[in-house]
Design a protein around this ligand. Structure first.
Ligand code: PEP
Length: 251
């Protein structure tokens, strides 16, 4: 059975005082659970949240990283820096990065390689727009994004990915994919993974992201190929986020 993982994507939210309360409540709420939990927080708060998570079972993640190793790239943050401040994970290729920052599949691959070279686990996001879904293009788009990453990795590196299916139309809209819709895409992703890494594909967590909340989490996690979630809005509410973590653990 695949590892279970719930990752929070705080996006551009947080404050020193608010983070302290939110992180403390999440640490307490998930203390006895078996599933993996990771908080992906804005760069300025990595050190603060990292210290709040010390001695907890929760991992620290960033939301992006530079495709470059080091040097004259003003404003960028390298994989080595993320590792240095205690990150275990980093989100790569989120649709908001692809859309607002023009991140191509090639840039996503470069970032995945940088992350892995530094010892970070990339949480790689793939997903289709509403227009692409309506045109019947979902599988082609999602598997194309996946192949663009697989194509640049050797088998060992392909086994060290966490993949997140995030239909763009479901992100932040309150309109989650139905469990059946999400499962259909997850099954295709699992098939592509199996073709690439064999039976080990069954152990790798495939996350769903897009308006996951305390009410819909259980039905999503009941699907055979949905092993966890990447959670945006609901991760800012400790009670809702902990409920989602409990739902994945109780599957
Ligand atoms: C996300 O930010 O990746 C996300 C899935 O957001 P939300 O849960 O708010 O839809």
């Amino acid at each position: 059975m695949a590892r279970k993982l719930v990752a929070a994507n705080w996006k551009m939210n947080g404050s020193v005082s608010g983070n302290a309360e939110l992180a403390a409540r999440v640490v307490e709420g998930v203390a006895s659970l078996a599933s993996e939990v990771v908080l992906c927080v804005p760069f300025p708060y990595l050190v603060q949240v990292g210290s709040l998570l010390e001695h907890s079972r929760i991992g620290l993640g960033a939301q992006d990283l530079s495709e470059h190793e080091a040097g004259a790239y003003t404003g960028e943050v390298s994989a080595a820096m993320l590792k240095d401040v205690g990150c275990s994970h980093v989100v790569v290729g989120h649709s908001e990065r692809r859309k607002y920052h023009g991140e191509s599949d090639a840039v996503v691959l470069a970032k995945v390689r940088r992350a892995q070279a530094a010892g970070l686990v990339p949480i790689v996001c793939v997903g289709e727009s509403r227009e692409q879904r309506e045109a019947g293009d979902t599988e082609r788009v999602v598997l194309g994004q996946l192949e663009a990453v697989f194509g640049g990795l050797d088998d060992a590196a392909a086994r060290r990915l966490v993949l997140a299916y995030e239909p763009i139309w479901a992100i932040g809209t309150g309109l989650a994919a139905t469990p059946e819709m999400a499962q259909a895409v997850h099954a295709s992703i699992r098939g592509a993974l199996r073709a690439r890494v064999g039976d080990e594909a069954d152990d790798l967590p495939l996350l769903y992201g897009g308006s996951v909340n305390a009410d819909n989490a259980q039905a999503l996690f009941a699907m055979p190929d949905i092993d966890g979630a990447l959670v945006g809005g609901a991760s800012l509410d400790a009670e809702a986020f902990v409920s989602i973590c409990i739902a994945v653990s109780g599957r």
